[in-house]
Design a protein around this ligand. Structure first.
Ligand SMILES: *Cc1c(COP(=O)(O)O)cnc(C)c1O
Length: 426
């Protein structure tokens, strides 16, 4: 190296384009609570942090048992066969009672790939279906899928969910967003951040659009069966013979094990149109994305032994939290909560024209934190949906109630019908 040479090192395009919008919130200089008021955060979708939602005792037993026999040898790249078979059986049982198809072929281990969490399962699906320059259709609002897509040079296009119709897909808009470079439609049901749970009829309508355009669906069902009383969840792949569907799920949400990093892809391909894609998924699995051996070995017992009561108790507790939050928030000036039907979240619309000193939902959430120490995520940039904020419902109920009371106080202070701003907004 001569004296006048300097190092010139840059991050890759992949790194430059990879962005997690939640980081913008954490890194914002205004991200400071009021030092005089105890902070309540309704931000992070991890139900375990306050220990009020924890994995079932059967899970720890299964892991202890697996640990005794584990040598920590490498497992095989799509995941241990016996564990993949256990996922196939679990899914078959779920489909059996809910399918509308007469001759549904049972899934086997060959249709299951284990991955390091549902996120990695989703990334594998994005990358097996799309090349740089292709696009994947995402719901709007949605969870941070683009973090796993955009860095790879794949584009995202957004289709609308309608808050006035319980967050159903705007089917005409969905269809209008499809172009010659579209490679897949992502459907998230039950959904984050909206808590949407779609009816069988609505899912059939979505499938019709996919079939008409011969597009596969990536079904993010990580909140499968996490629904409130009286609401039925339908696995998308139990409703269609013709549309090839990659269903992604895992232990993170239904089994309350976010750090287990145990996720999976189920390849639903009744007409053998995915044979090349299937090979591609096994190729990508060769990058060693599989979850750790102890969890993998415990998986069959976790799936078999977790009692139905565990799931029922969790969803009814979250439902009660949702009701408590909804009942306070609906009395607040200038905001409109939208009651969810499942998952762990509730979205709230801000009638920004009624808040003269607040410009955006981001601004709303920062001032709420600065003044009353309540942390919530703004619809934009977090979920690509301006004008809303999301609250997490797995926080202990008394904290949710206290936070919602403070939101009410905040709205009373800031909500004013400002005629000048009203006129400007038309
Ligand atoms: C939490 C979550 C996931 C996946 O989480 P992992 O921790 O990677 O298993 C996927 N999709 C949605 C919508 C989620 O909320």
């Amino acid at each position: 190296m001569s004296e006048n040479q300097t190092w010139s090192l840059e991050m890759s395009e992949f790194a430059r384009k990879t962005d997690n919008p939640l980081r913008k919130i954490w890194e914002s200089p205004n991200n400071i609570p009021n030092p005089l008021i105890k902070l309540i955060t309704l931000q992070i979708g991890d139900p375990t942090v306050f220990k009020n939602f924890l994995a079932a005792p059967e899970t720890k037993e299964a892991i202890k048992k697996a640990l005794e026999h584990d040598n920590f040898s490498y497992t095989v790249s799509p995941g241990l066969e016996s564990s993949r078979e256990a996922v196939a059986q679990y899914v078959n049982k779920n489909y059996e009672s809910l399918t509308i198809l007469k001759d549904l072929q049972p899934l086997t281990s060959k249709d299951v790939i284990l991955a390091s969490g549902c996120s990695m399962a989703l990334e594998m699906c994005f990358r097996v279906l799309a090349n740089p320059g292709d696009n994947i259709l995402l719901p709007q609002p949605c969870w941070g899928y683009s973090t796993w897509i955009v860095g790879c040079g794949i584009d995202v296009r957004y289709y609308n969910l309608d808050p006035m119709r319980e967050w159903e897909v705007d089917l005409d808009h969905l269809e209008s967003m499809i172009n010659e470079n579209t490679k897949a439609i992502l459907i998230n049901n039950p959904g984050n951040p909206c808590g949407n749970v779609y009816s069988k009829e609505h899912l059939l309508d979505i499938l019709k659009v996919a079939e008409r355009h011969m597009l596969p669906i990536i079904a993010d069902e990580v909140y499968e069966f996490f629904t409130f009383p009286g609401v039925q969840f339908y696995p998308l792949a139990a409703l269609s013979k013709n549309v090839p569907i990659l269903t992604c799920s895992g232990l993170t949400k239904r089994f309350i094990m976010p750090a287990s990093r145990m996720g999976w892809i189920v390849i639903n391909d009744r007409n053998n149109v995915f044979s090349d894609v299937r090979k591609g998924l096994f190729n990508i699995a060769g990058r060693n994305f599989w979850p750790n051996s102890t969890l993998t070995k415990a998986l069959p017992d976790i799936l078999k032994n977790t009692p139905q009561k565990f799931f029922d108790d969790n969803s009814s507790a979250v439902y009660n939290h949702a009701l408590s939050a909804y009942n306070i928030l609906k009395t607040c000036a200038g905001i409109i909560p939208i009651m969810p039907k499942g998952a762990m979240y509730l979205m709230v619309k801000i009638e920004l024209e009624k808040f003269p000193k607040i410009d955006t939902c981001f601004d709303f959430t920062q001032k709420l934190l600065n003044e009353l120490s309540v942390g919530v995520f703004p619809g934009f940039p977090c979920f690509n949906f301006p004008g809303f904020f999301r609250i997490v419902l797995t926080v202990p109920e008394e904290m949710i109630i206290e936070a919602c009371e403070r939101i009410k106080q905040f709205c009373e202070k800031h909500c004013k019908i400002d005629s000048e701003k009203y006129l400007k907004s038309g």
